[in-house]
Design a protein around this ligand. Structure first.
Ligand code: FAD
Length: 456
């Protein structure tokens, strides 16, 4: 380990950015894998030997050249908010922590931001809004999460109701990636070629620069509406979601008792009632209130949105943050990630309730899919007893036509967002022939002889 640290210091010429203190290395080797009761026992204690914090693509090349020559595994880290152990090193080696590569180089008149990967999404949102733009979509971890980590490990979230996910609608215009070869290359991926790298969990190269399309900024309002039943809340949310005349960024539906878990905002919840959290254009707020009242809802919050400083910040309770609040209330809760059939959704919700009762609590979100249709997704809060029971829930969902992206597996293929054309795997063969990038996370990869290394 001393040799490894010394070798890396020689490469980047700065002792402070090659970290070996065990507590810091341990902290930077962890993400939110403990979210999953299945992954927790598998990943507890996994740790790198050394953390390196490069400042630029050249230093990334230097580190990868060294690691390739010495066959040292490299796991890239953005902010470590991933919740499937994506950034946990399974085979020790180096954690390449990109938090210092956090420059926003430019925001063009075409609304495309050129950024380094370590930029925090919250910083990018704030900078974009100053110039009349905003993020198309972002995870509920916006304050901490990095842009590189979102591209390599995330999917979407707030804003996806209007703009789809990070992999949709040409939102990612370009990615520069550094390869893990004897002589690392800096390769530019544009157009469809960005999909070779997106959601590959850092298994096929290090993203060092990103062209990220934004959307014109909107003055938003935050609203919370309580309904007697999940059915009423869902019906109302669907009407708003699929009607293109509403400008919206978020429309989340929670079945009771999920709102009970939101202790910091209990004033916007109502005992026993389902709840909707929404981000709606401020100039449509009055009309939204009127519609909600006519549908039998009670407005429990309606106020202009002041950006990420808003108090309360309703998005902090949506998408995968809902699970966090449930786990805080009762650590026995965990979650699934589901896609419902837009036509059969009510039937599917009822079948799940009949089968699993209070073990399966509905939390719905809306998403614009690649074909432009607005479809219901869900991150249900489920009570964990055994892995077998969790798999029973997943199997039942699939039997009744509910898609599940399983968040309790630790490889790209098992998560349900792997590309059927194997684009990510092929890029791994091109860019990481020895399989040193985040090893173990791309299950279908088998290392090739270095002699077979292919030029691009
Ligand atoms: C409470 C909570 C709520 C969440 N909500 C959402 C949500 O709404 N939507 C959503 O999509 N996700 C969500 N997530 C997951 C996660 O927060 C996001 O995906 C986030 O964008 C990850 O960014 P990060 O910087 O923390 O990435 P990390 O966790 O650091 O990394 C994620 C993956 O990307 C790889 N990686 C990171 N940077 C690079 C790079 N420069 N080059 C190559 N590979 C890289 C890592 O190796 C790892 O495999 C949530 C997680 C939690 C804990």
């Amino acid at each position: 380990m001393d040799d490894l640290a010394a070798g890396l210091i020689a490469e980047i010429g700065d002792t402070a950015r090659v970290i070996t203190q065990p507590q810091i290395v341990e902290r930077l080797s962890r993400d939110f894998y403990w979210y999953s009761p299945v992954l927790k026992p598998l990943l507890d204690g996994k740790c790198a030997d050394v953390v390196v914090q490069p400042l630029n693509a050249k230093e990334v090349c230097d580190v990868l050249r060294y690691c390739y020559a010495h066959e040292v595994p490299v796991t890239v880290r953005g902010a470590g908010t991933g919740n499937y152990g994506q950034a946990v090193p399974l085979h020790r080696g180096v954690v390449l922590d990109l938090q210092r590569m956090d420059r926003i180089e430019s925001i063009g008149e075409d609304g495309v931001a050129i950024c380094e990967p370590g930029v925090r999404l919250g910083a990018l949102e704030n900078a974009a809004r100053e110039q009349g733009w905003e993020l198309r979509c972002y995870p509920s971890t916006i304050a901490k999460a990095s842009l590189g980590g979102f591209l390599a490990g995330g999917s979407g979230g707030i804003g996806s109701i209007a703009h789809g996910g990070v992999r949709d609608f040409n939102t990612v215009r370009a990615i520069e990636v550094v390869t893990m070869e004897s002589q690392p290359r800096v390769v530019l991926h544009e157009g469809q070629a960005v999909h070779d790298i997106l959601h590959a969990w850092g298994t096929n190269g290090v993203i060092t620069k990103i062209g990220f399309a934004l959307t014109p900024a909107v003055a938003w309002a935050q609203c919370a509406v309580a309904f007697e039943s999940l059915e009423e809340a869902f019906d109302f949310s669907e009407k708003i979601a699929i009607d293109a005349t509403w400008t919206k960024r978020l429309l989340t539906v929670f079945e009771w008792p999920i709102p009970l878990f939101f202790s910091p905002v209990k004033e916007v919840t109502r005992q026993g009632k389902a709840l909707i959290f929404a981000l709606i254009a401020e100039d449509q707020r009055a009309a939204f209130e009127e519609r909600a009242l006519a549908a039998g809802g009670e407005m429990t919050l309606s106020a202009p949105y002041m950006g990420l400083r808003s108090m309360p910040l309703l998005s902090d309770y949506t998408w995968n943050h809902t699970t966090l609040w449930a786990m805080k209330a009762n650590p026995a809760y965990t979650y699934l990630q589901c896609g419902f059939d837009a036509v059969r959704v009510r039937e599917q919700l009822a079948m799940l309730k009949n089968k699993f009762g209070s073990e399966f609590l509905h939390h719905m979100e809306w998403w614009k899919n690649g074909q432009g249709a607005i479809v219901p997704l869900a991150i249900p809060v489920v009570r964990f007893t055994t892995e077998e029971r969790l798999n029973e829930m997943i199997d039942f969902c699939r039997e009744i036509g509910v898609f599940v992206a399983n968040p309790h597996v630790n490889n790209v293929e098992g998560g349900g967002r792997y590309r059927e054309d194997n684009a990510q795997l092929q890029a791994k063969y091109r860019y990481d022939p020895k399989g040193l990038m985040n090893p173990g996370k791309m299950a279908t990869f088998t290392p090739r002889n270095a002699a077979e290394e292919q030029p691009a």
